[in-house]
Design a protein around this ligand. Structure first.
Ligand code: ATP
Ligand code: PAU
Length: 457
């Protein structure tokens, strides 16, 4: 595994007031576990527009308003010295992953009079189109519940909007961009993820757009640090009593003293990073058994077609019809080594029996697949954490979207197998950090990478 130390990701929040000198931070950490948030078993999002559930299936809270330091909330008529240093609008960060493309759109809310007057119609139309819809074409979605208001990016104040679509729909996305006049606006778009390389030529050919590429792991880390800084009261959480349906609670986690921590990014595949400081991380491990494996196997085994369907099936299944448990082998616990009878001894271990195979449901198959993949990721994360002597483990990536089963399993596995030493921490913006990091890079570029807007629509 590559273990090269990477320096380069920078802490990027600067202008937003961060509560927290050291004394406040330690006060906060004392209170850490105690600010509990309503918690229930998550229902599965069906992706239907206007009714997107939050991560845990609750009704969307109103978009969060972030505190901004005095003097930073410029009115619409004020002038920004910073505006000369920002690239031409519109401002997007794009993470083109193996399964999903994530798009973060930064809408400035501090436009000066001059900017408003000079803003071309095409940009106004794009803003209107993005904001007035939650669905774009057949498969694009805006996660309105994740929207962040009054945030500072590159010395500008505005709203962050979070949008995703399947990477397999890239051609349709390019068509949509063309139809909205995007191709005529900027000569460069900032992108990260493997697709920034794979689709570079396509963007150039179809849209006459040059992709300005950023490394996906640099972007991931800087995006995590930025969002955590700017949404610090409600970004990180963990589960208390993850195994108990009645006692399980989602609790906010104070991450104001973060280093060192491990990031387990569960996308199509899994990357594991050790983060030792703001500019200091290494990719220490990874596995090809990730979110893509779960979805691929589930489609094969159950005939389902979407991630949402796979998760819903899993929520209604019983893995014990598929997996061989310790008690199926021992008749009870394996006491000598602390293996309780209800631990999975062999994933899919019952499936060599024709009789058992005849009695399994699609739900059982989806459930066992989800548990198999999740437990394997949990085991690897635990071994890496032990190896690196790191106790805080951040799980991110869209595999955790609408997936409380895996989050609770990971929470339990981390705590149980480490005898309480390791903590599984989750982040509300799950799979969007790479795109955010990419946006931060764009906002640093000024006029260097993008040509000025020349057309009106
Ligand atoms: N609507 C969805 N469609 C497809 N997969 C989804 C969806 N929602 C969640 N997922 C899960 O999220 C995974 C993709 O996560 P993510 O977007 O973080 O990774 P990626 O960037 O596409 O992959 P990689 O980083 O490996 O290139 C899928 O493999 C699937 O398990
Ligand atoms: C290839 C990437 C980095 C693409 O995001 C990701 O899918 C991944 O980390 N896969 C696992 C590769 C490994 O076995 O380490």
């Amino acid at each position: 595994m590559p273990g090269e130390r990477k320096k380069g990701a920078r802490r990027a929040s600067d202008a937003v007031a961060r509560e927290g000198d050291t004394s406040q931070a330690s006060e906060r950490s004392k209170n850490d576990a105690e600010r509990s948030v309503n918690r229930g078993e998550g229902e599965v999002g069906d992706g239907s527009e206007g009714t997107l559930p939050t991560t845990n299936g609750h009704t969307e809270p109103p978009p969060k308003t972030i505190k901004v330091a005095a003097g930073e909330m410029n009115g619409a008529t004020s002038h920004h010295p910073a505006q000369d240093a920002t690239p031409p609008m519109p401002w997007f960060g794009m993470d083109i992953g193996g399964t999903l493309t994530k798009l973060v759109y930064f809408e400035p809310t501090d436009l000066s009079e001059a900017e408003e007057e000079s803003e071309v119609e095409t940009i106004k139309n794009i803003r209107r189109y993005l904001k007035s819809n939650k669905a774009y074409g057949e498969t694009g979605h805006r996660d309105a519940h994740l929207q962040m208001e009054s945030v500072s990016v590159g010395n500008r104040i505005g709203t962050l909007h979070f949008i995703r679509f399947p990477t397999s729909e890239m051609r349709q996305f390019l068509e949509l961009c063309k139809s909205k006049g995007m191709a005529s606006l900027a000569s460069t778009i900032c992108a990260t993820g493997g697709g920034a390389y794979k689709f570079e030529e396509g963007f150039q050919r179809e849209m006459n757009l040059t992709l300005h590429k950023f490394d996906e792991l640099d972007s991931l880390i800087s995006g995590i640090e930025y969002i955590e800084d700017n949404n610090m009261d409600s970004e990180c959480y963990y589960f208390l009593n993850p195994r108990s349906p009645n006692l399980c609670q989602k609790v906010t986690y104070d991450f104001s003293n973060p280093y060192p921590f491990l990031v387990v990014n569960i996308g199509s595949g899994v990357s594991i990073l050790a983060v030792d400081g703001p500019d200091d991380y290494r990719r220490v491990s990874g596995t090809s058994l990730g979110g893509g494996t779960f979805l691929g196997l589930c489609c094969l085994l159950t005939g389902c077609n979407t991630f949402e369907e796979a998760i819903e099936l899993a929520a209604n299944g019983n893995n014990e019809n598929i997996d061989k448990l310790v008690r199926d082998i021992y008749g009870g616990d394996y006491e000598r080594f602390g293996l309780s009878g209800d631990i999975v001894a062999s994933s899919f271990g019952h499936m060599n029996s024709a009789e058992k195979r005849a009695n399994v449901s699609r739900e059982d198959l989806a459930c066992a697949t989800l548990i198999t993949i999740t437990n394997n990721i949990g085991s690897i994360a635990r071994m890496v954490a032990a190896n690196e002597k790191i106790e805080k483990v951040l799980f991110v990536g869209n595999f955790l979207r609408v997936n409380p089963i895996s989050m609770k399993l990971l929470s339990h596995a981390m705590e149980f197998w480490s005898e309480g030493k390791l903590k599984a921490i989750f982040l509300e913006h799950e799979g969007y950090f790479g795109a955010v990091g990419c946006l931060l890079e764009l906002m640093k570029t000024g006029d260097q990478t993008t040509s000025s807007t020349t057309t009106s629509g």
